[in-house]
Design a protein around this ligand. Structure first.
Ligand code: T46
Length: 134
């Protein structure tokens, strides 16, 4: 298994009425949760992301639908499909990410370790490569 791709399984807590998943800081999520956001209504053919973070760690999962995510640590690249509400992907800092192939019903839920701060983003790929190779 790749060092880049770190899956987190969320135990389904459902019963005869249906399914339920709980996410908790320092339990299923390996950090203190400071922010949650979700991406939906993504247009066909769109690619999002195309940046890395210096501090932020995230766990992302598709609550419904699916999308692809390319991970790149500057040395190797891996592409995976997110298509399960019980399987999250852990993104460490200094990992370039590109999300694509969103299904029309995709709701991508992202759980983050820090508040929003544009200064935490590396949005230039050449800068990212230089930074990780220092
Ligand atoms: C990431 C991937 C997976 C905010 O104001 N607060 C927020 O918490 C976020 C995440 C975004 N924004 C604003 C900033 C932009 O004006 O929402 C707009 C869209 O953000 P962005 O273009 O960065 O969206 P994506 O989908 O390219 O990237 C997002 C996250 O920003 C990023 O941290 O890892 O999803």
């Amino acid at each position: 298994m790749s060092e880049l791709v770190k899956w987190i399984d969320f135990p389904p807590l459902g019963d005869h009425r249906g399914s339920l998943v709980a996410v908790e800081s320092h339990q299923t999520i390996p950090f203190e949760i400071k922010r949650v956001y979700y991406i939906f209504n993504t247009l066909e053919g769109v690619t999002r992301g195309m940046h890395a973070h210096m501090a932020v760690k995230q766990v992302m999962l598709c609550v419904t639908g699916s999308c692809r995510i390319l991970l790149d640590d500057g040395f190797s690249k891996e592409s995976v499909t997110l298509d399960s509400p019980t399987k999250g992907l852990l993104l460490e800092s200094f990992v370039w990410r590109e999300m694509s192939e969103f299904s029309p019903d995709c709701v991508l839920l992202v759980i983050a370790s820090e508040h929003y701060d544009e200064d935490d983003y590396i949005r230039d790929y050449d800068n990212f490569k230089k930074t990780v190779k220092l």
